[in-house]
Design a protein. Structure first.
Length: 272
């Protein structure tokens, strides 16, 4: 009999597979743009209709997922690239001034809403895709660093870490070899939730025109630019919006199922 965990994993994989495949492989099969037609029309070879400037919606969908997915993945990776060493160092150091120096500036950033931080930065300069990824990563570093610090501090308080200190083990072995491995499950749970939040933040920023051109082939931009024709030609809005929701929902389901599986296995192994 199939367990609920397996069913959730299969459902998550099914939901996320369509937008992920379209995002990664869509541009390969998009073909030539072809001539433009009238705005917000159906038929005439455009099986999802045309957008606000007469471009084929299906071709825009094939091109529009890669910027969202790659920017979100890059931003999440960059956030952890900064948060992991900062959180580990602040949790394992015995120097109070160093911990304050590392964490207090992040507390200031944490007080600023993520989207507001991105919009404020966008008023100073016009970020491209790389700039948007850096801004989204910066907005996620404070929260990620605090979570890493909390998880690392709990692991660092265990007798095993004190024993490693007494044996003269290096900071690297304590931080990565023991503390890092102890917090893998916590980090995996946070990564699934954070990636979902980053996807929404990237899509929202693109919807507001930050980091992308106004007529770019981007799912979030498609929703924004085509909403004026929603009741005339709904596919130009509905399809990219559904793909964004499927991508975030499927990611959450996959991580939930994987973590549930890992937790059950750990529980069985702990039993005598």
């Amino acid at each position: 009999m199939r367990s609920p965990r397996t069913g959730r994993f299969a459902l998550g994989l099914t939901v996320v597979a369509v937008p992920l495949v379209l995002a990664l492989l869509g541009p390969v099969f998009a073909g030539d743009p072809g001539p433009r037609a009238a705005s917000f029309t159906l038929g005439d070879g455009h099986w999802l209709g045309t957008d606000f400037v007469g471009r084929d919606v299906w071709r825009q969908v094939l091109h529009g997922g890669r910027p969202v997915v790659l920017t979100a993945l890059a931003a999440t990776a960059l956030a952890y690239l900064v948060a992991l060493p900062v959180g580990l160092l602040s949790a394992l150091t015995r120097l109070r001034w160093l911990e304050e120096l590392l964490m207090r500036p992040l507390d200031v950033l944490l007080a600023v809403p993520s989207l507001l931080l991105i919009l404020l930065a966008a008023t100073v300069f016009s970020p491209g895709a790389v700039g948007l990824a850096l801004l989204v990563a910066l907005a996620n570093v404070p929260d990620a660093a605090r979570l890493v610090r909390a998880a690392a501090a709990e692991a660092a308080a265990r007798p095993a870490v004190e024993a490693l200190r007494m044996q003269g083990e290096t900071w690297w072995r304590m931080a990565v070899g023991y503390v890092g491995r102890s917090m893998l499950r916590t980090l995996a749970a946070d990564a699934g939730t954070r990636l979902t939040g980053v996807l929404y933040l990237v899509a929202t920023a693109a919807f507001l025109g930050v980091g992308v051109a106004p007529d770019a082939a981007d799912w979030a931009v498609m929703v924004d630019r085509n909403r004026t024709g929603l009741f005339v030609q709904p596919w130009a809005v509905v399809v990219p919006a559904v793909l964004i929701v499927a991508l975030t929902t499927g990611t959450n389901l996959l991580f939930d199922a994987a973590l549930d599986k890992g937790g059950n296995r750990a529980g069985k192994e702990a039993r005598p």
